[in-house]
Design a protein around this ligand. Sequence first.
Ligand SMILES: [Zn+2]
Length: 335
Amino acid sequence: MANFKNPKTNAGISTVGADAAGKARFRLWGGGPDGEQLIVRVYRSGTVVSEGGGVTLDSTDAGNWNFDYTATGLKPGDQIFGLTNLGARYTAALSVVSGSGTPSKNHLIASWAAQYATNPIPSSDYLFPDAIPYPALRHPTMGPCTPLQEKCIGGRLANVSGLAVHCTAGPATDAYHMAAFHCIQTWNTNGASAHFGIARDGQVVQFISADHIANAQHDPGNRSWLSVEVSNPGRNEGMNADQLDSLKDLFNWVCNEFGVPSQMGTGFLGGNTTMNALTQQVCDATGASTTRDTAAPAASQGLSCHHWLDKARKPCPGMGILGQLPSVLKAGPQS
Ligand SMILES: [Zn+2]
């Protein structure tokens, strides 16, 4: 029996905050099954990263079985365990978060990524099980993506009205390149973001857990809508069959998980003649209404898009994908 504690208060803990330099202090109380002192190890994506230093025993109060440690080089999402001298885990995980105990707004994504190599099933309803958390993406030479900055993530998403579709407007790429260069690199500069991305092979990537706001389509659209970027070859290019299947799966999950009706949201007719004609066509095909009221699309529910939710400020997701939205509502695989 052993568990982690706050060294100042002696209260049990399951998360520990690492400072900007990756340093954290914690107490391990208890010992192994043979009364031995446990070995402390830090794991990142299932791999031990504390060998050769990184965990230092600061003080020992053997009479009370208290062992106080300092760990360095920690990253949010790392997991710390106490192990028996046979190498078996003998404590629950102590999860590393950023800041002095304040969880990152994206701690669900970080902890999912940390376990992904050994267990890809997420442990939260705010994570889409068919997606890969972006920190788990690896390029053979470039390694993982640069982390998404906290400024790109808004406050709590209290109520989900539906899913808003966007496009990267080219070039269409695999999951790593989409995430690293057509999403995160841009977002860390301009503060934008989306919850999900769909790569050209249909792989869904999750950037932000569904309990937080993404900066995808301004207010009021951001306040109650989940958002997905589709990697398409150019502004007006459509989705391929793999991407359409993935978008259907994602939208079904949004409907089931958040009680969203499987319907088209209200279309916005404040764009140019071409976009308005296509919007009218998409809404007529799905029995949805259209409006010139800028607030009405965000107040509706179901499947929507950047153009409708953001007062037609942008032509996103482009003519091709907008024209395909009725297919997302149809049951069964795309033929
Ligand atoms: Zn967009």
